[in-house]
Design a protein around this ligand. Structure first.
Ligand code: MIG
Length: 753
């Protein structure tokens, strides 16, 4: 106890907060903070540091400073704001710069106060406002009335705290008013905190007083795009990451891995990726391979590649404490571990037994961790799965490390306790992973899947929603969960399709894959000890259901890839809530059985009961020969009047993807017109950043049985010499198909309906 008091007093050297700090100031003030024992750290103004965080004096604080930081974006600093415990921000790409005064008619201002020692910011909820966001949540799409804890937690089956805290933290509330205007609020701090959306919007932090950023726009779409401008965007992933992915805890030995791949091909179930879970490792030691299970990792990767598959392998943060194990040895030599409050190496139990945990706040540790990927990736690994990075610690308080553990920071990062850095531990881990992977494969686009995350972590990794169950309830909830992640800045996400824990019945799997095939990230996964959950494991009927569902995804690949391109440019989600179709239509605001894929496709799962539907023309289409109106499983997919959707060929993986011939699904609006777009590039690498891509627009006009189609190149230097097109005209009573044609201005004569 004595040591703790000594350390905390060393830590708590008073510093004065100036309120506003520029990026440069942070960089220079951070520079001499690398050794916190001599320079000390910061905050200590209206309260004292305790080992569990901030302990302010109760009372109301005035706004110390506020102003515009962009078009329709304002920032508010509380009176006792100190930048040191908060900056640089992990959510924001750049430190905000004041560009003007808060407009006089600005509706949303926070009130700041301290209650029970906690720093709080509240904002009023106007009547009729629908609330969303708050990141990864269980429960419905609409967040009104909810209380959410932001404290990244390994939440098996979503049972801890009734699922009110999961693996990720997004201090972000997104609101849509009844008139369709919208706002978003960032409570810019990483500390353990709660968000309450009961009588008002309330951020209640265990850290010192924090600043709040408010975006107000005319539409929800503009708010989400502005969030992406502030927090950064997902980089365009490799095309293969958009394919179907098959995982299990765990596919071992090597022969089983290749067997799964072979069965996919034999059964003509399109698939791009096989995933390797922890049992491939030797005694769960990261960056090793078990000699019996995987005697030759290179051969496994080559085997997958020669079958047209990619491979993703798991890496956890916990490093087995074992002298002679190179990762532990080099980590110890470099002083890379998170420390206890007594400044000793912290050890906690995970799969390998006692582990040490990299302190990713240290720049040296970041580069060390990056470097570990060199030999690993050299075996031909395509993607990396960072799991357990909340971090999950089996014998730690609340399943993680103690909140008073010490992170040493360095560079621009302040030293501080775990309570501050917990929620961005995983984000810092995937940042280092990504850098390491890019260094080894500079000509490939990295793919990383992270379980933990924080607002803005789509900059580094895709995500999935953790350990759900093979339950109808979890199947249905996967839609609002994915939607709210998309509305919180993470477009590349999806659930464990089919359910991770518990057995999955044939019926459930069939229903799930039939709409799950339209998730941005589509991976089937299964826990150890559960029934086999590959598409063929549920009998012939469900195998056929799966084949059709997967064929639908792969035929839609040109459209899906175009949506990912759009997301990487604008921050708009790939999977969108129904109210995006009409933010003024109150009936759509809580509908979360259905979703939109982009703007032009509406996905209606078979199990949806009395769904609210957007107004206007939306017509059911067949994408891969299915008739979803009579089919027991396949989701009803409807195309919007006025839209053109490019479809590709039936393929078994994106390694066969080409846009040499395209089918245009055309659904004319009231005036007989329709438009669409297509993005294409090499599918991997960075040529597209040098202009090696093509963004085209399609426009169509129908007059009776004649449809004229114009194709324009909008951007990029890629050219297509002789692309063949056919069209499928979707009309009131069905669809008619044309012959193949080519050219920039085509005229299709269709058979009469
Ligand atoms: O404690 O690696 O969420 O997808 O299969 C469980 C084994 C650790 C949790 C992940 C799950 C993965 C499992 N992991």
């Amino acid at each position: 106890m004595k040591t703790r008091i000594l350390i905390l007093s060393l830590l708590s050297i008073i510093s004065c907060g100036t309120g506003i700090t520029t990026g440069q100031e942070i960089a220079s003030s951070g520079a001499h903070n690398s050794d916190f024992l001599t320079s000390g750290n910061f905050y200590q103004k209206s309260g004292a540091i305790t080992s569990s965080g901030y302990n302010g004096t109760d009372g109301i604080a005035f706004i110390q400073q506020d102003g515009l930081i962009g078009r329709d974006i304002c920032i508010f600093y509380p009176a006792d704001y100190d930048p040191k415990p908060h900056e640089p921000s992990f959510a924001l790409l750049n430190e905000p710069v004041l560009t003007g005064k808060v407009p006089s008619d600005w509706a949303l201002r926070p009130n700041f106060y301290v209650k029970n020692g906690k720093a709080i910011a509240t904002l009023p909820i106007e009547e009729g406002t629908a609330l969303y966001g708050t990141g990864e949540n269980t429960g419905p799409l609409l967040r009104n009335g909810k209380k959410i804890m932001l404290w990244n937690t390994d939440n098996y089956k979503y049972l801890v705290d009734s699922g009110n805290r999961l693996y990720q933290s997004h201090p972000w509330v997104f609101g849509v008013r009844s008139d369709g205007t919208a706002f978003g609020i960032i409570g810019d701090n990483t500390w353990r905190q709660e968000i309450e959306l009961t009588d008002s919007i309330r951020f209640i932090s265990d850290g010192p007083a924090f600043r709040v950023i408010v975006i107000q726009k005319n539409s929800p779409q503009e708010v989400v795009m502005e969030l992406a401008n502030l927090t950064g965007k997902m980089e365009l992933p490799p095309l293969w990451a958009l394919g179907f992915q098959q995982s299990r805890y765990s596919y071992v030995p090597d022969t089983r891995i290749l067997g799964i791949a072979d069965t996919m091909r034999m059964k003509k179930l399109p698939c791009d990726v096989i995933w390797m879970d922890i049992d491939y490792m030797e005694k769960f030691k990261v960056f090793t391979f078990d000699k019996k299970m995987i005697p030759d990792p290179k051969a496994v990767n080559q085997g997958l590649h020669s079958r047209g598959f990619k491979s993703v392998w798991m890496i956890d943060p916990g490093v087995k404490v074992e002298k002679g194990y190179s990762v532990y040895d080099s980590g110890s030599q470099g002083d890379h571990w998170v420390l206890t409050a007594e400044l000793k190496e912290f050890n906690g139990k995970v799969w390998p037994g006692p582990c040490a945990f990299p302190d990713f706040t240290r720049p040296e540790t970041q580069s060390w961790w990056s470097g570990l990927y060199r030999d690993f990736m050299a075996t031909g690994i395509d993607g990396v799965w960072n799991d357990m990075n909340e971090p999950s610690v089996f014998d730690g308080p609340g399943g993680t490390m103690p909140a008073d553990n010490v992170h040493r920071g360095g560079g621009v990062l302040q030293p501080d306790i775990h309570l501050r850095y917990h929620n961005i531990y995983g984000m810092l881990m995937v940042k280092a992973s990504r850098e390491g992977i890019m260094k080894v494969n500079p000509d490939k686009r990295p793919f990383i899947l992270s379980r933990s995350g924080y607002l803005g972590s789509s900059r580094y990794a895709a995500t999935w929603t953790g350990d759900n169950c093979g339950l109808v309830e979890h199947m249905k909830m996967s839609i609002p969960m994915s939607l709210n992640l998309g509305l919180s800045g993470q477009p590349f996400n999806g659930p464990d399709m089919g359910g991770f824990a518990l057995g999955t019945s044939s019926e459930l799997y069939g229903q799930w894959i039939a709409f799950g095939t339209f998730f941005p990230f589509m991976r089937a996964h299964a826990e150890k000890g559960t029934n086999n959950k590959e598409p063929w494991a549920f009998g012939l009927e469900i195998e056929e259901v799966s084949r059709t569902a997967l064929n639908r995804r792969y035929r839609l690949m040109p459209y899906l890839y175009t949506l990912f391109y759009e997301a990487s440019k604008t921050g708009l989600p790939v999977m969108r809530p129904l109210f995006f179709a009409d933010p003024t239509d109150s009936a759509l605001k809580k509908e979360d059985q259905l979703f939109l894929l982009g703007n032009d496709l509406l996905i209606i799962p078979k199990w949806a009961v009395n769904p609210a539907l957007p107004k206007g023309i939306w017509r059911t289409v067949s994408i891969a020969g299915e008739n979803s109106l009579t089919d027991k499983y396949q989701a009803d997919v409807r195309i919007k009047g006025g839209a053109i959707i490019p479809l590709g060929k039936l393929i078994q993986s994106t390694s066969e993807y080409s846009t040499d011939s395209l089918t245009l699904l055309i659904c004319p609006d009231q005036q007989g017109k329709a438009v669409g777009q297509l993005y294409e590039d090499a599918g991997d690498g960075y040529g597209y950043q040098q202009g090696e891509y093509l963004l085209s627009s399609f426009s169509a006009e129908q007059q009776g049985t004649v449809v004229k189609v114009r194709i324009k190149s909008l951007e990029g230097s890629l050219r297509h010499a002789d692309r063949k097109y056919k069209i499928i005209l979707v009309h009131k009573n069905g669809a008619v198909e044309s012959d193949w044609a080519s050219g920039k201005n085509m005229k299709f004569n269709l058979p009469a309906n």
